[in-house]
Design a protein around this ligand. Structure first.
Ligand code: ACO
Length: 157
């Protein structure tokens, strides 16, 4: 029997940079996959600052029983007024494959239903694992924009 997972979704604040940075450090496979350097604490601080100035952008810490297990970054009213777009769902590598990512998506869908008509997920890079995940949680492949960008869609009504 599968036990359902509940996550608390907590908006990031200016103080969240260290915890988001730790999360990135705990996801070396993802960082290697997207081919970037491991972000520094300053990089993360700057990124969170940028997010906070975009009122449509929502950056959330995902907590399970008070422990940070992941990070979710999405934007409402994008790419059109009635849609939202997830640009990153990141689950601590040591906790992947336990239903946390799926729970985060289900809770976001519940949050957005009635407010948005569509939810997109944009996968960067050659991320096969992510592609399979989005299909598994009910998204359909919509289109590829160039070789490194794939759009997935889940209608919300
Ligand atoms: N291949 C096939 N199925 C998969 C895979 C995979 N690689 N990963 C997950 N799934 C399936 C699971 O089997 C499960 O299916 P089930 O419900 O039938 O058992 C379902 O997807 C949900 O799996 P979860 O355990 O909830 O997935 P997880 O918690 O590991 O979260 C995620 C998935 C977000 C991709 C996580 O592995 C992660 O953070 N990866 C690194 C970062 C990343 O690539 N994020 C996505 C970037 S793209 C974007 O965010 C728009």
């Amino acid at each position: 029997m599968k036990v359902s997972v509940h996550l608390d979704l907590l908006p990031v604040t200016a103080d969240s940079a260290p915890v988001v940075h730790s999360l990135y450090l705990n996801c070396p496979t993802y960082i290697a996959l997207i081919g970037g350097d491991t972000p520094t604490l300053n990089d993360i601080g700057r990124e969170l600052e940028t997010l906070r100035h975009d009122t449509r952008r929502q950056a959330l810490l995902l907590l399970q029983e008070d422990h940070v297990v992941g990070f979710l970054d999405y934007k409402v009213a994008y790419p059109d007024l009635h849609s939202a777009t997830i640009s990153l769902l990141l689950i601590d590598e040591s906790l992947q494959g336990r239903g946390l990512g799926k729970a985060a998506v289900e809770q976001l869908v519940t949050l957005l239903k009635g407010r948005m008509d569509r939810l997109y997920a944009v996968v960067y890079g050659n991320n096969e694992q992510a592609r399979r995940f989005w299909e598994k949680v009910g998204f359909n492949h919509l289109r590829d924009s160039g070789p490194t960008l794939s759009w997935y869609l889940k209608p919300l009504k």
